[in-house]
Design a binder for this molecule. Structure first.
Ligand code: HEC
Length: 246
Protein backbone atom coordinates (compact mmCIF):
# COMPACT_ATOMS: atom_id res chain seq x y z
CA UNK A 1 0.00 0.00 0.00
CA UNK A 2 1.46 3.37 -1.02
CA UNK A 3 0.74 6.00 1.65
CA UNK A 4 -0.88 9.33 0.75
CA UNK A 5 2.22 11.06 2.18
CA UNK A 6 4.26 10.21 -0.95
CA UNK A 7 2.73 13.24 -2.68
CA UNK A 8 3.99 15.82 -0.13
CA UNK A 9 7.41 14.10 -0.25
CA UNK A 10 7.65 14.48 -4.03
CA UNK A 11 6.26 17.98 -4.60
CA UNK A 12 9.43 19.69 -3.41
CA UNK A 13 11.43 18.28 -6.30
CA UNK A 14 9.66 20.01 -9.22
CA UNK A 15 9.49 23.27 -7.22
CA UNK A 16 13.20 23.31 -6.35
CA UNK A 17 14.30 22.04 -9.78
CA UNK A 18 12.25 24.60 -11.70
CA UNK A 19 13.53 27.54 -9.64
CA UNK A 20 17.13 26.30 -9.94
CA UNK A 21 16.86 25.75 -13.70
CA UNK A 22 15.53 29.32 -14.03
CA UNK A 23 18.41 30.67 -11.97
CA UNK A 24 21.02 28.78 -14.03
CA UNK A 25 19.44 30.10 -17.23
CA UNK A 26 19.64 33.67 -15.93
CA UNK A 27 23.35 33.08 -15.24
CA UNK A 28 23.72 31.55 -18.72
CA UNK A 29 22.16 34.63 -20.35
CA UNK A 30 24.13 37.03 -18.22
CA UNK A 31 27.49 35.32 -18.84
CA UNK A 32 26.61 33.97 -22.34
CA UNK A 33 27.73 30.62 -20.95
CA UNK A 34 26.92 27.30 -22.64
CA UNK A 35 27.77 25.32 -19.56
CA UNK A 36 25.02 26.90 -17.46
CA UNK A 37 22.61 26.73 -20.37
CA UNK A 38 23.12 22.97 -20.69
CA UNK A 39 22.99 22.39 -16.95
CA UNK A 40 19.66 24.24 -16.78
CA UNK A 41 18.26 22.11 -19.59
CA UNK A 42 19.14 18.92 -17.73
CA UNK A 43 17.39 20.26 -14.62
CA UNK A 44 14.32 21.11 -16.73
CA UNK A 45 14.00 17.55 -17.98
CA UNK A 46 14.31 16.35 -14.39
CA UNK A 47 11.60 18.87 -13.45
CA UNK A 48 9.33 17.29 -16.05
CA UNK A 49 9.89 13.80 -14.64
CA UNK A 50 9.45 15.05 -11.05
CA UNK A 51 6.22 16.93 -11.81
CA UNK A 52 4.77 13.88 -13.57
CA UNK A 53 5.50 11.72 -10.51
CA UNK A 54 4.09 14.39 -8.16
CA UNK A 55 0.87 14.59 -10.19
CA UNK A 56 0.41 10.81 -10.23
CA UNK A 57 1.05 10.63 -6.46
CA UNK A 58 -1.34 13.56 -5.90
CA UNK A 59 -4.19 12.05 -7.88
CA UNK A 60 -3.66 8.85 -5.92
CA UNK A 61 -3.52 10.62 -2.53
CA UNK A 62 -6.76 12.51 -3.24
CA UNK A 63 -8.59 9.19 -3.18
CA UNK A 64 -6.95 8.04 0.03
CA UNK A 65 -7.48 10.89 2.52
CA UNK A 66 -10.80 11.75 4.04
CA UNK A 67 -12.08 14.88 2.34
CA UNK A 68 -14.68 16.82 4.30
CA UNK A 69 -17.26 18.80 2.31
CA UNK A 70 -15.53 22.04 3.36
CA UNK A 71 -12.20 20.96 1.87
CA UNK A 72 -13.49 19.31 -1.31
CA UNK A 73 -13.68 22.50 -3.45
CA UNK A 74 -10.16 23.48 -2.32
CA UNK A 75 -8.89 20.03 -3.21
CA UNK A 76 -10.48 20.28 -6.63
CA UNK A 77 -8.85 23.69 -7.23
CA UNK A 78 -5.50 22.22 -6.14
CA UNK A 79 -5.91 19.30 -8.55
CA UNK A 80 -6.70 21.70 -11.40
CA UNK A 81 -3.71 23.94 -10.52
CA UNK A 82 -1.40 20.93 -10.38
CA UNK A 83 -2.48 19.74 -13.83
CA UNK A 84 -2.06 23.26 -15.28
CA UNK A 85 1.42 23.43 -13.72
CA UNK A 86 2.30 20.08 -15.33
CA UNK A 87 1.11 21.42 -18.70
CA UNK A 88 3.12 24.62 -18.29
CA UNK A 89 6.27 22.64 -17.54
CA UNK A 90 5.78 20.72 -20.80
CA UNK A 91 5.49 24.10 -22.57
CA UNK A 92 8.66 25.38 -20.85
CA UNK A 93 10.61 22.30 -21.96
CA UNK A 94 9.36 22.66 -25.56
CA UNK A 95 10.25 26.40 -25.75
CA UNK A 96 13.49 25.82 -23.97
CA UNK A 97 14.58 23.11 -26.43
CA UNK A 98 13.97 25.63 -29.20
CA UNK A 99 16.09 28.22 -27.40
CA UNK A 100 18.79 25.59 -27.02
CA UNK A 101 18.85 24.99 -30.80
CA UNK A 102 18.83 28.72 -31.62
CA UNK A 103 21.66 29.35 -29.22
CA UNK A 104 23.71 26.60 -30.80
CA UNK A 105 23.22 28.16 -34.23
CA UNK A 106 24.12 31.61 -32.91
CA UNK A 107 27.31 30.15 -31.44
CA UNK A 108 27.75 31.68 -28.02
CA UNK A 109 31.39 32.44 -28.85
CA UNK A 110 30.18 35.31 -31.02
CA UNK A 111 27.26 35.91 -28.68
CA UNK A 112 29.92 36.69 -26.14
CA UNK A 113 30.48 40.00 -27.86
CA UNK A 114 26.86 40.86 -28.75
CA UNK A 115 24.68 43.18 -26.76
CA UNK A 116 22.44 41.72 -24.05
CA UNK A 117 19.38 42.57 -26.11
CA UNK A 118 20.54 40.36 -28.99
CA UNK A 119 21.65 37.59 -26.68
CA UNK A 120 18.18 37.65 -25.11
CA UNK A 121 16.22 37.26 -28.35
CA UNK A 122 16.13 33.43 -28.49
CA UNK A 123 15.06 33.46 -24.87
CA UNK A 124 11.82 35.46 -25.01
CA UNK A 125 9.39 32.52 -25.30
CA UNK A 126 11.30 30.42 -22.77
CA UNK A 127 11.46 33.21 -20.20
CA UNK A 128 7.75 33.96 -20.64
CA UNK A 129 6.88 30.30 -20.09
CA UNK A 130 9.22 30.18 -17.09
CA UNK A 131 7.49 33.12 -15.41
CA UNK A 132 4.02 31.58 -15.86
CA UNK A 133 5.29 28.19 -14.69
CA UNK A 134 6.99 29.62 -11.61
CA UNK A 135 3.89 31.59 -10.61
CA UNK A 136 1.63 28.58 -11.16
CA UNK A 137 3.83 26.07 -9.31
CA UNK A 138 4.07 28.47 -6.34
CA UNK A 139 0.31 29.03 -6.25
CA UNK A 140 -0.28 25.27 -6.41
CA UNK A 141 2.08 24.78 -3.47
CA UNK A 142 0.41 27.51 -1.41
CA UNK A 143 -3.06 25.98 -1.85
CA UNK A 144 -1.73 22.46 -1.20
CA UNK A 145 -0.02 23.58 1.99
CA UNK A 146 -3.10 25.47 3.13
CA UNK A 147 -5.22 22.31 2.86
CA UNK A 148 -2.93 20.68 5.41
CA UNK A 149 -2.02 23.59 7.70
CA UNK A 150 -5.34 25.47 7.66
CA UNK A 151 -7.77 22.58 7.18
CA UNK A 152 -5.91 19.58 8.59
CA UNK A 153 -6.40 17.44 5.47
CA UNK A 154 -4.88 14.02 6.01
CA UNK A 155 -3.57 15.02 9.43
CA UNK A 156 -4.22 13.24 12.73
CA UNK A 157 -5.22 15.59 15.53
CA UNK A 158 -2.88 15.64 18.50
CA UNK A 159 -5.08 14.89 21.50
CA UNK A 160 -4.73 17.06 24.57
CA UNK A 161 -3.00 14.96 27.27
CA UNK A 162 -5.49 13.11 29.46
CA UNK A 163 -8.38 14.72 27.65
CA UNK A 164 -9.42 11.76 25.53
CA UNK A 165 -10.44 9.50 28.39
CA UNK A 166 -12.04 12.12 30.63
CA UNK A 167 -14.14 13.59 27.86
CA UNK A 168 -15.35 10.28 26.48
CA UNK A 169 -19.06 10.55 26.98
CA UNK A 170 -21.24 8.11 28.78
CA UNK A 171 -20.92 4.70 27.10
CA UNK A 172 -24.63 3.79 27.29
CA UNK A 173 -26.87 6.81 27.49
CA UNK A 174 -30.60 6.04 27.49
CA UNK A 175 -30.63 3.09 25.11
CA UNK A 176 -33.85 2.81 23.20
CA UNK A 177 -35.35 -0.57 22.45
CA UNK A 178 -35.85 0.21 18.75
CA UNK A 179 -32.26 1.11 17.87
CA UNK A 180 -29.88 1.56 20.74
CA UNK A 181 -27.11 3.09 18.63
CA UNK A 182 -29.27 5.81 17.12
CA UNK A 183 -30.47 6.84 20.56
CA UNK A 184 -26.94 6.67 21.95
CA UNK A 185 -25.71 8.76 19.04
CA UNK A 186 -28.44 11.31 19.58
CA UNK A 187 -27.58 11.88 23.21
CA UNK A 188 -23.86 11.88 22.43
CA UNK A 189 -24.47 14.56 19.84
CA UNK A 190 -26.33 16.73 22.34
CA UNK A 191 -23.63 16.35 24.99
CA UNK A 192 -20.48 16.51 22.83
CA UNK A 193 -21.10 18.06 19.42
CA UNK A 194 -23.99 20.49 19.78
CA UNK A 195 -21.91 23.27 21.31
CA UNK A 196 -20.09 23.71 17.98
CA UNK A 197 -22.41 22.25 15.36
CA UNK A 198 -25.67 23.54 16.85
CA UNK A 199 -28.58 21.85 18.63
CA UNK A 200 -29.91 20.31 15.40
CA UNK A 201 -27.21 18.30 13.65
CA UNK A 202 -26.26 19.74 10.24
CA UNK A 203 -25.32 16.16 9.27
CA UNK A 204 -27.82 13.88 7.53
CA UNK A 205 -27.92 10.57 5.69
CA UNK A 206 -26.98 12.50 2.54
CA UNK A 207 -23.68 13.59 4.14
CA UNK A 208 -23.06 10.06 5.44
CA UNK A 209 -23.37 8.67 1.93
CA UNK A 210 -21.30 11.46 0.37
CA UNK A 211 -18.46 11.01 2.90
CA UNK A 212 -18.87 7.25 3.14
CA UNK A 213 -19.99 5.80 6.50
CA UNK A 214 -16.63 4.17 7.30
CA UNK A 215 -14.65 7.29 6.39
CA UNK A 216 -17.00 9.52 8.39
CA UNK A 217 -16.71 7.20 11.39
CA UNK A 218 -12.95 7.34 11.18
CA UNK A 219 -13.02 11.13 10.83
CA UNK A 220 -15.22 11.59 13.89
CA UNK A 221 -13.36 8.93 15.89
CA UNK A 222 -10.01 10.66 15.36
CA UNK A 223 -10.89 14.32 14.76
CA UNK A 224 -14.12 15.30 16.53
CA UNK A 225 -14.27 17.25 18.77
CA UNK A 226 -10.97 18.72 17.56
CA UNK A 227 -8.13 17.90 19.93
CA UNK A 228 -10.31 15.60 21.99
CA UNK A 229 -11.86 12.96 19.73
CA UNK A 230 -14.60 10.61 20.93
CA UNK A 231 -13.14 7.30 19.70
CA UNK A 232 -14.44 4.49 17.52
CA UNK A 233 -17.43 3.22 19.52
CA UNK A 234 -18.99 6.63 19.96
CA UNK A 235 -18.28 7.53 16.32
CA UNK A 236 -20.17 4.45 15.15
CA UNK A 237 -23.23 5.43 17.18
CA UNK A 238 -23.04 9.04 15.95
CA UNK A 239 -22.86 8.01 12.30
CA UNK A 240 -25.84 5.67 12.77
CA UNK A 241 -27.74 8.57 14.29
CA UNK A 242 -26.84 10.92 11.40
CA UNK A 243 -27.79 8.19 8.96
CA UNK A 244 -31.28 8.13 10.50
CA UNK A 245 -31.74 11.84 9.74
CA UNK A 246 -33.33 12.26 6.31
C1 HEC B 1 -14.93 22.62 19.26
C2 HEC B 1 -15.90 22.64 18.19
C3 HEC B 1 -16.33 21.30 17.60
C4 HEC B 1 -16.89 20.25 18.28
C5 HEC B 1 -17.19 20.14 19.77
C6 HEC B 1 -17.21 19.26 17.27
N1 HEC B 1 -16.83 19.69 16.04
FE1 HEC B 1 -17.11 18.75 14.26
N2 HEC B 1 -16.19 20.24 13.27
C7 HEC B 1 -15.66 21.34 13.85
C8 HEC B 1 -14.97 22.09 12.83
C9 HEC B 1 -14.22 23.41 13.05
C10 HEC B 1 -15.11 21.39 11.62
C11 HEC B 1 -14.54 21.74 10.27
C12 HEC B 1 -13.25 20.98 10.10
C13 HEC B 1 -12.89 20.87 8.68
O1 HEC B 1 -13.66 21.24 7.79
O2 HEC B 1 -11.80 20.33 8.43
C14 HEC B 1 -15.88 20.22 11.93
C15 HEC B 1 -16.25 19.29 10.99
C16 HEC B 1 -17.04 18.21 11.26
C17 HEC B 1 -17.48 17.26 10.28
C18 HEC B 1 -17.17 17.29 8.80
C19 HEC B 1 -18.30 17.87 8.01
C20 HEC B 1 -17.98 19.17 7.36
O3 HEC B 1 -18.92 19.91 7.07
O4 HEC B 1 -16.79 19.45 7.13
C21 HEC B 1 -18.22 16.32 10.94
C22 HEC B 1 -18.94 15.13 10.33
C23 HEC B 1 -18.21 16.68 12.33
N3 HEC B 1 -17.48 17.81 12.51
C24 HEC B 1 -18.83 15.94 13.31
C25 HEC B 1 -18.72 16.22 14.66
C26 HEC B 1 -19.25 15.36 15.70
C27 HEC B 1 -20.01 14.07 15.45
C28 HEC B 1 -18.95 15.93 16.88
C29 HEC B 1 -19.24 15.39 18.27
C30 HEC B 1 -18.60 14.15 18.61
C31 HEC B 1 -18.24 17.16 16.61
N4 HEC B 1 -18.12 17.30 15.24
C32 HEC B 1 -17.79 18.04 17.55
C33 HEC B 1 -15.77 21.73 15.16
C34 HEC B 1 -16.29 20.94 16.17
Amino acid sequence: MIPATVHPMLVHFPIALLFTAFLLDLIAIWRRDRFFERAALVLLWLTLIAVALAIVAGLYAAGKVLVTPTVRPILEAHRRDGLITGGLIVVIVVFRMRTHRLWRRDTPATAQTTRLQDALKPWYSSLGAYVLGLIMISATGVVGGSMVYDHGLGVAVMPAPGAVESAKPNKSPTPSAANPSVAAGKSLYASTCARCHGPTPPFSSALVSSMGAAAMEQFIATRMPPGNPVGATSAKALVQYFNSIP
